[in-house]
Design a protein around this ligand. Structure first.
Ligand SMILES: Nc1ncnc2c1ncn2[C@@H]1O[C@H](COP(=O)(O)OP(=O)(O)OP(=O)(O)O)[C@@H](O)[C@H]1O
Length: 282
């Protein structure tokens, strides 16, 4: 499958500090790819390099088949959408007028605004002044702004960090629909449930280096202890190792209808990150 992001041996230094050491990653067209890492691991720096805001110190970076020298071009900008902590709105204008400006900038019909406001659950808030909105509402307007020109590839840096659970679910469904319609999503998040739910593949970034790149399911399988957690109808809880000598015990529990619940011990992405890097993903 075609790669929309190709990074080989990327390095980025700020003075004597090396923020990105030797990162190689490839994102396929149509994927939701999650970049996960604790504060200071280099996620924002990677995002900024991929969107042309920063230049790499060394290494090869190609996005949508274009070299970094093309990242300032109108053609590149029309194909990517960005939601980052640098994204901003005109505070004194209404939500609708903000989006109207971006429609004009990209030559998009204003009819697109109502569609997008519904997608971000702000269908009744178009006439509100941006400065009066909550942080979570602004984040959703910024998401609408990032998507207004129907980009092929979107970079979303913590897109749901300010959202309540209801709106987070609404945005997750919207991002899944967007992805099903063909948009590739490069997602940066601290939220492990979000990454597990949304991402086809995730990469763990730690101190500027990638530790693991795989699907959440494959990672959880890889780091599974192979044990079963069993709860009986009597309220007993037990951990049974997945070994041949324990097969009889499990069979007997099943035959005597004692099992209330049983699930295999697959660690969460947060637990895997801790195991791989020795650091909490916070
Ligand atoms: N402009 C800069 N000048 C100097 N150092 C920088 C600059 N930008 C980032 N760094 C350093 O590079 C490292 C990676 O920073 P980066 O912002 O990419 O991390 P992050 O993973 O996005 O963190 P967070 O989750 O807190 O946003 C940090 O040590 C940071 O201090």
């Amino acid at each position: 499958m075609e790669n929309v992001i190709e990074v080989n041996g990327l390095k980025k230094t700020f003075g004597s500090h090396t923020a990105i050491k030797n990162v190689t990653l490839h994102v396929k067209k149509g994927e939701i790819f999650g970049l996960l890492g604790p504060s200071g691991s280099g996620k924002t720096t990677t995002n900024k390099i991929l969107t042309g805001e920063l230049s790499p110190t060394s290494g090869e970076v190609k996005v949508l088949g274009m070299e970094t020298s093309k990242f300032g071009s109108a053609s590149f900008k029309s194909k990517i959408g960005i939601l980052s902590d640098n994204s901003s709105l005109y505070e004194r204008l209404t939500v609708y007028d903000n989006l109207k400006l971006f429609c004009k900038l990209y030559g998009v019909p204003v009819s697109q605004i109502d569609v997008l406001l519904k997608e971000v659950n702000l269908q009744d808030d178009g006439s509100r002044i941006v400065s009066k909105l909550s942080k979570g509402m602004k984040q959703r307007v910024l998401l609408a702004k990032a998507l207004i020109h129907k980009p092929e590839l979107v970079f979303l840096d913590e897109p749901t960090s300010a959202l309540d659970p209801g709106n987070m679910t609404h945005i997750h469904r919207g991002l899944q629909r967007l992805n099903e319609a063909g948009t590739t999503i490069f997602l940066t998040t601290h939220n492990m449930e979000e990454a597990t739910e949304l991402c086809d593949r995730v990469a763990f970034l730690h101190k500027g280096e990638l530790q693991e790149v795989d699907s959440p399911v494959a990672l959880r399988h890889k780091y599974s202890t192979g044990a079963f957690h069993v709860e009986t109808h009597d309220g007993d809880q037990m951990v049974i190792r997945n070994k041949p000598e324990n097969a009889n015990q499990i069979q007997e529990l099943i035959a005597t209808n004692q099992i209330k619940s049983m699930h295999s011990d697959h660690p969460t992405l947060g637990q895997i990150f801790l195991k791989v890097t020795g650091k909490e993903l916070v």
